[in-house]
Design a protein around this ligand. Structure first.
Ligand code: ARG
Length: 592
């Protein structure tokens, strides 16, 4: 019998499988398996206690019967996993050193973990919608989160076996284009796509246009007319629009490249302009939408889960008074397209938290529509995030009140990383220090964002970002460099010199081995609610467990078996750290 990649998952399904045969339990049994205090167990199930309460049974007796049933299957290798009933009816599972050793020998590298993890989402088709910026603007600090969270979530889902489509749903068809085209025409501006300031010019014009339309209702009408002209397919408007979008996409791409982001398709709002009519027709003929004050509206009477307007029926306007489409109509059309064209089993939307109401309504109304038209609704998830605050606790802005440009943020992170790297390594040639700084700077921006729970706001601080201690990118990247240096000094690669490695023995070896195996639980946790910070916390803890091991157990000892197993622990630490960092979007560096 080989050792399980993810023992917790396997134990859980084993418990579920045997439960119906245990008197007092049935198929609804929830094992509630949790990681446990390592002094007593690796995993603990308290499902029997809850079930006993329901069945008015003795919890210890129920737990014992459950354990007997598990043992009777012969699927639990007790030389690897010991099981016992503890306290009022907990079931404790403990991995033996043999299990830890076997796991480390069996799951040696990324391809093995990938194979193990791919059972989680294998066979599923997932569309992930990110970073999906609105066009004709430079990317600013607000775009950091959809980029880095989206990318980490995408990589995680892909790692766990799903077939993924990264769909960049850019906002390229909205009201802003009316204003922008109006301003361009008024200024007699000639857009030169090759000019390095093209996007800045557009941004400035847009600002002028919006000041103008706010001040003067006649100009607002003119902007609306421009938008209508564009949406009706006027050739000159479309030509201008095409160029604006191209300029904007090229600028975004320069940012994406620095973050290693590769989207598969860019199907923005404009892509759906000829697909919204079907939405209107179907909703109306199913009786799901009605005209209200000229607009087409769906009413949402389900109990909103987290709405800020919990008492009211929320209108979901799917077509505006003037007949034009809006965010809701395109999102409904997009939902259908992703279901039919991409055959999505699941769609993940990555946006900021202010769009929770929109997605809640989209999901509820989309479900109604799909039910009425006999379609299978994919699983829909909104991965939302909080705001990045300045050190003063307010939304981060420049002195002039504009949002900080993302490129400036990258440049400053890189510059500061360069100073730090130079301090640590004054002797490295400058080009190498520059290259390392580039990697660390972007990694630090990324990590600080990913390491806090995404639904929380966080305060941006350069000191925290680039600290070489604590739960930061520089710390973890440096930890990898240090582990790797053991191999470099000995002229071998991680993975070499492991032949004859025995099972972990000392307390620090065992603690590190356990932590390494905990990678599977961290993946599970991060995947459950699509929260990458669980992976960050895990990697930070792994670095600490490695530190304790390294301080207590010398690696390069004379006893060949001991040396081999310690080299194995070092090698697994390196590769799990590297694999984990890559899942977060961080490329490890050779030297720092
Ligand atoms: N463009 C939108 C924004 O910047 C985000 C789009 C998210 N995706 C979607 N299908 N609505 O706020």
């Amino acid at each position: 019998m080989s050792v399980w990649f993810n023992p917790a998952r396997e134990l859980e399904s084993l418990l579920r499988k045997v439960a119906p045969a245990v008197p007092g339990l049935d198929a609804s049994f929830q094992p509630e398996l949790r990681p446990s205090d390592p002094r007593h167990a690796d995993f603990q199930s308290n499902g029997a206690i809850a079930a006993a309460k329901k069945a008015k049974a003795n919890p210890r007796a129920l737990a014992t019967a459950l354990v007997d049933a598990v043992k009777a299957t012969g699927e639990l290798d007790e030389s690897l996993i010991q099981v016992e009933v503890a306290g009022p009816g907990f079931i404790n599972f403990k991995l033996t050193p043999k299990a830890l050793g076997s796991w480390l020998r069996e799951y040696r590298d990324e391809s093995k973990w990938r194979a193990g993890a791919s059972r989680i989402m294998g066979g599923r088709k997932v569309v992930i919608d990110y970073p999906s910026p609105n066009t004709a603007k430079q990317m600013h600090v607000g775009h950091l989160r959809p980029i880095v969270i989206g990318e980490a979530v995408a990589r995680l889902i892909e790692f766990c076996g799903a077939e993924l489509v990264r769909d960049n749903h850019i906002g390229d068809w909205g009201t802003n284009f009316g204003i922008l085209i109006l301003a361009i025409k008024r200024a007699g501006f000639q857009l030169d796509a090759k000019s390095p300031t093209a996007l800045e010019d557009l941004e400035r014009l847009y600002k002028e246009g919006s000041v103008l339309t706010k001040a003067d209702p006649a100009q607002l009408d003119a902007a609306r007319a421009e938008l209508a002209r564009l949406q009706q397919g006027d050739a000159a408007s479309l030509a201008l629009w095409t160029e604006i979008v191209a300029v904007s996409n090229a600028a975004c791409q320069r940012i994406y490249d620095q973050f290693g982001l590769k989207t598969d398709v860019i199907l923005g709002e404009s892509f759906y302009r000829d697909k919204v009519d079907q939405v209107y027709t179907e909703l109306q003929s199913a009786g799901l939408a009605e005209e209200s004050e000229g607009a087409l509206v769906m009413w949402c009477d389900e109990e909103p889960r987290f709405s800020r307007h919990a008492e009211t029926k929320m209108p979901f306007i799917v077509r505006k008074k003037d007949g034009s489409s809006n965010y809701a109509s395109t999102d409904l059309a997009t939902l259908l397209y992703r279901t039919e064209h991409f055959k999505a089993d699941e769609i993940v939307y990555v946006t900021d938290g202010r769009q929770q109401d929109h997605f809640q309504q989209l999901f509820l109304n989309g479900a109604k529509w799909f039910r009425a038209t006999d379609r299978k609704l994919p699983r829909l998830r909104h991965v939302w995030f909080g705001t990045i605050l300045g050190e003063d606790g307010k939304a981060i802005k420049t002195k002039s009140g504009d949002p900080v440009r993302l490129q400036e943020l990258i440049d400053e992170a890189t510059e500061r990383a360069f100073t730090a790297v130079t301090e640590k390594n004054p002797d490295l040639p400058e080009p190498e220090r520059r290259a390392i700084a580039k990697a660390i700077g972007v990694a630090a921006l990324r990590y600080v964002d990913l390491s806090s729970n995404r639904t929380m706001d966080y305060s941006f601080s350069w000191t925290k970002l680039l600290a070489f201690e604590g739960n930061t990118a520089p710390y973890l990247m440096y930890a990898v460099v240090r582990v790797r240096s053991i191999f470099r000094k000995n002229g071998i690669e991680p993975g070499q010199g492991e032949a004859g490695a025995t099972d972990p023995e000392t307390p620090t070896e065992i603690a590190l081995a356990r932590k390494l195996l905990g990678f599977t639980a961290a993946l599970d946790q991060a995947l459950e609610d699509l929260r990458p910070h669980h992976l960050c916390t895990y990697l930070h803890e792994l670095a600490a467990a490695y530190g304790a091991f390294y301080a207590a157990d010398s690696v390069l000892v004379d006893d060949p078996a001991v040396k081999a197993r310690r080299l194995m622990l070092c090698a697994r630490t390196t590769s799990i750290m590297e694999c984990g960092l890559r899942l977060l979007g961080i490329e490890p560096v050779e030297r720092m």
